[in-house]
Design a protein around this ligand. Structure first.
Ligand code: TXA
Ligand code: MG
Length: 344
């Protein structure tokens, strides 16, 4: 397949708009940037387009998709708002990186919900995503644009790596600003429940609602309520271990490990800028300034994908637990490491 690649400015062009509309209405797919990660989209009501997403990504069919919309005023057509706090959440955090799980109305097909009677809805803030939703004139369901199990795409080159020739249209929006997927919040009950942590944190949500619960699977290895949390996720090809403890002990431990690895094995380290020069390997990825949590969050998937591009066999990562975004950063890193954690 010949993939057509557009830049954000091309979306003003009449022929490009027609192309985008046709692709979606004809059951084909488009990859577009959002502020969290890139998404691979289909028209919600077009079963062929939606099935195609599962097929291209290699995604298990019981893992539901998020429905993206352009306007709060359209939401009531698709879902029931059962709880009084939901509107305040929408007005505060939309457009933005928050997905609300709500009871679906009949118009929402179960082929996007993995058979569930609820659906995740989000209004993204990225101008390109909003433009595409407006051009489409219909909700677009879009999971992250990565092959199932691989780190999500936050740079256009990641999208090319995973999907060139496999979708009709890709829009190059540069680096995703947030860099980690949206917070998934179940708002069907009296208290909201975080099913997947994101940069809209528990504290931020609690500033406007009753106490927020965190589902076990968002922190531990339990049977998840968000079906997507149970699969091996975000994993680089090399074996990843998180090393925790006092920084000087962590550095010493990793350096000892590097010394003992077989000379044919490439060893990489993911570290913050303050300690990046302390390691005895050429492959250190500087994930950012420890005082800039947003910078670290935005580089997590780039770090994992860079290790793959360099064919690193064994990866050690420091733990980034003193930041405002520790919940989401460590959730993704622990999963990427398949919970391989050493405390020194
Ligand atoms: O930031 C994001 O949310 C990105 C961008 C593209 O919007 N999308 C994304 O989609 O991360 P995906 O499909 O990779 O992850 C959706 C997560 C999965 O863990 C899924 O199980 C959960 O949301 N989810 C979706 N609908 C749900 C529902 N009705 N009930 C519970 N969990 C749901
Ligand atoms: Mg995903």
């Amino acid at each position: 397949m010949n993939t057509r690649i557009y830049k954000p400015n091309d979306l003003k062009n009449h022929d490009v708009k027609t192309d985008i509309k046709d692709v979606l209405l004809n059951g084909k797919n488009i990859i577009f940037p959002t502020e969290t990660v890139y998404g691979i989209g289909a028209h919600v009501l077009n079963e062929t387009g939606v099935k195609n997403i599962y097929h291209i990504k290699g995604r298990p069919s019981d893992n539901p998709l998020i429905m993206h919309m352009a306007k709060i005023s359209d939401i009531g057509h698709y879902v029931y708002i059962d709880q009084p706090y939901v509107e305040a959440l929408m007005n505060t955090f939309w457009p933005g990186p928050l997905t609300l799980v709500l009871r679906k109305k009949d118009v929402v097909p179960t082929w996007i919900t993995g058979g569930l009677q609820t659906v995740g809805v989000r209004i993204p803030s990225h101008p390109v995503a909003l433009d595409i939703l407006k051009i489409a004139g219909v909700p677009i369901c879009a999971p992250s644009a990565n092959q199932s199990g691989r780190p999500s795409s936050t740079l256009f080159e990641h999208v090319l790596e995973d999907f060139q020739g496999k979708v009709d249209i890709m829009v190059d929006g540069g680096k995703s600003e947030v860099g980690l997927e949206s917070t998934v919040l179940d708002v069907t009950g009296v208290h909201p429940v975080i099913l997947r942590p994101g940069v809209i944190t528990k504290t931020m949500i609690e500033s406007i609602t009753s106490p927020v619960l965190i589902s076990e699977d968002a922190t531990k290895q339990q049977i998840p309520k968000a079906p997507g949390m149970k699969y091996k996720h975000y994993a680089p090809k090399g074996s990843l271990t998180i090393v925790e403890g006092k920084v000087s002990d962590v550095v010493n431990h990793i350096n000892t490990q590097i010394k003992h690895h077989h000379p044919n094995q490439k060893v990489g380290v993911i570290a913050s800028s303050d300690v990046k020069d302390a390691f005895k390997t050429a492959y250190v990825f500087n994930i950012g300034d420890p005082n800039q949590p947003a910078e670290i969050a935005s580089n997590v998937y780039i770090a994992l994908r860079t290790m793959d591009q360099l064919n690193i066999d064994v990866i050690y990562s420091l733990s980034f637990k003193d930041t405002q975004y520790q919940e989401v950063i460590m959730n993704r890193l622990y999963k990427a490491a398949n919970y391989q954690v050493i405390t020194v």
